[in-house]
Design a protein around this ligand. Structure first.
Ligand code: C2O
Ligand code: CU
Ligand code: CU
Length: 528
């Protein structure tokens, strides 16, 4: 308790004093907390596995069960599965189709993708396609549950009497075990991901395995000759903690999922000490001396990463960013390191021909320490590679310049700790389904300003946006291109230009630190 109070005082001090949130302040509180980490480390009780001992798994691509001229139909059963993540132990996971990550969906821009989810888990779920330009009825509103077989909605699930909840057939059916999500895929090539979004329980559900990739391709991207096939690899980076028997460890207030949230010390966020890439601890990928496209996703509940190659290639700039959350950047951007907040995606090309044959290149996390400072390793082949037919063009796509001065409105959203009680708020309000914080007209640009007290990765549903200012200055090095999630550090402010299109309805604006999200840091906005 004292711990909680102390942290609250510090937050208040930070909010008042601008950048007064010092490294020293945070280090004292959490013990294992570092200033760049939004959360508290939950240690594994199982012995940590040896790093670089297992090959990188690549999630399999899901085959359509049916295709027509316009539409591909997929089926996914959500179920518990016993996975081998740690050597000699089994981990019971909540999965899409029996694997973690779930199977990768691959869509063509402009072809409708229909995904029918069946829930065989012991509790309700919701599926959201993160980064999808999706109509309201399929967007995974947090109370639009898929009920488990034989289950019933309890009053805390909040579906009863919700306005506008009839968007998808079956949403009011208390015995529904299936829900069909329809994605028009009227959007650019991009790395999307799907994950659970159940009201109050997104944190535990994702932590236990409910996340997967959904890639969108289009002709523009295809014409660029970027590395593809076996050399286009999605990397889902996530930290976890394990109990002595191999189970996922998570500090839920209520494992039976009636009361949302985590125990007080973990309110800032839950950090694990094992880093998984595509579900495997600190894996290794054997690479040819060729260019690879790596689609980096931070699927962690709360952890931020500063990813870098160690050693860097001669001359540096080894992580050549070609895309972000919403697809291709205008031009490639070479980075030595990438700061990646939860839910952000960075699409990078790494040219392993810049390394000597046989080099072992580690992907490291400069915001971590000990076990969390390493992520995975690339072992560069000694074999002579075939000729590289890929390239990185100087110009990737056209992105219209944002015009904040022509915006129809400016709105400010404060992301802050709830004063005087537990929980997190936007503009002082804990989330209440059906109460919008904004109503916006489709097709109209607005400036949205986000202001923080702590680390908050802010995410918008429905459309990607562009960052126009950070702390009153130019956008930061990781703000380029179309974004759907932005990394805000303590006492920062950020301006974006929004323009929502096509679909009237009720959409979400929220913090993607999943502990904050579950503890009420969400809001609805309405498009009309
Ligand atoms: Cu990835 Cu509303 O979330
Ligand atoms: Cu989303
Ligand atoms: Cu937050």
């Amino acid at each position: 308790m004292t711990d909680g109070i102390t942290r609250r005082r510090l937050l208040t001090a930070a909010a008042l004093g601008g950048t007064a949130l010092t490294a020293g302040g945070w280090a004292v509180i959490g013990g294992s907390l570092t200033p760049s980490q939004p959360g508290l480390l939950l240690r594994s009780q199982a012995p940590l596995p040896r790093p670089y001992a297992v090959p990188l798994p690549v999630p399999s691509v899901l085959a359509a069960t049916r295709s027509s001229g316009t539409t591909d139909v997929y089926e996914i059963t959500q179920k518990t599965a016993r996975l081998r993540i740690l050597p000699g132990l089994e981990t019971t996971a909540w999965t899409y189709g029996g694997t973690f990550p779930g199977p990768t969906l691959v869509s063509r821009s402009g072809r409708r993708t229909v995904v029918r989810h069946r829930n065989e888990l012991p509790h309700p779920t919701v599926v959201h396609l993160h980064g999808g330009h999706t109509p309201y009825g399929s967007d995974g509103y947090p109370t639009a549950l898929i009920l488990p077989r034989g289950g019933t909605a309890s009053h805390t699930d909040g579906t009863a009497g919700m306005p506008g909840m009839a968007g998808t057939a079956g949403s009011r059916d208390a015995t529904a075990v299936e829900r069909t999500y329809t994605y028009p895929m009227d959007q650019r090539a991009a790395t999307l991901w799907y994950h659970d979004h159940r009201m109050g329980f997104t944190g535990p559900n994702v932590w236990h395995g409910l996340a997967g990739f959904h890639l969108v391709h289009d002709d523009e991207e295809k014409a660029l000759s970027l590395p593809d096939g076996e050399r286009d690899i999605p990397l889902m980076i996530a930290d976890r903690a394990f109990a002595a028997d191999g189970a996922f460890r998570y500090p839920a207030l209520d494992a039976a999922q009636h009361t949302p949230g985590v125990t007080d010390p973990y309110m800032d966020g839950v950090l694990g000490d094992v880093l998984l890439v595509n579900g495997a601890p600190w894996p290794v990928l054997e690479t040819q001396r060729l260019r690879y496209r790596l689609r980096l996703l931070n699927a962690s509940n709360a952890r931020r990463y500063r990813l870098a190659l160690d050693p860097p290639p001669p001359g540096g700039g080894g992580l050549v960013q070609i895309g972000g959350d919403g697809g291709l950047l205008e031009r490639p951007l070479a980075h030595d390191a990438l700061d990646v907040a939860p839910a952000e995606r960075f699409d990078v090309i790494v040219d392993f021909s810049r390394y000597r044959p046989g080099t072992r290149v580690r992907l490291v996390n400069r915001l971590g320490s000990g076990s969390t400072a390493k992520v995975m390793r690339f072992d560069v082949s000694t074999a002579r590679p075939p000729a590289d037919d890929s390239r990185i063009p100087d110009r990737l796509t056209a992105i219209p310049a944002p015009q904040p001065e022509r915006a129809a409105a400016t709105r400010t959203f404060h992301f802050q700790r709830h004063s005087g009680s537990t929980g997190w708020t936007i503009n002082g309000r804990p989330y209440e389904p059906g109460r919008p914080l904004a109503t916006v007209r489709l097709g109209i640009s607005e400036v949205w300003r986000f202001v923080t007290d702590f680390h908050h990765p802010v995410h918008l549903h429905l459309n990607h946006f562009q960052v126009t200012a950070r702390n009153g200055r130019s956008p930061g090095p990781y703000d380029a291109g179309w974004k759907d999630t932005v990394d805000l550090r303590p006492a920062e402010s950020l301006e974006i230009v929004t323009r929502f299109t096509d679909y009237p309805g009720r959409f979400m604006l929220h913090c993607h630190n999943l502990e904050h999200e579950d503890m009420a840091m969400m809001a609805d906005f309405i498009t009309e």
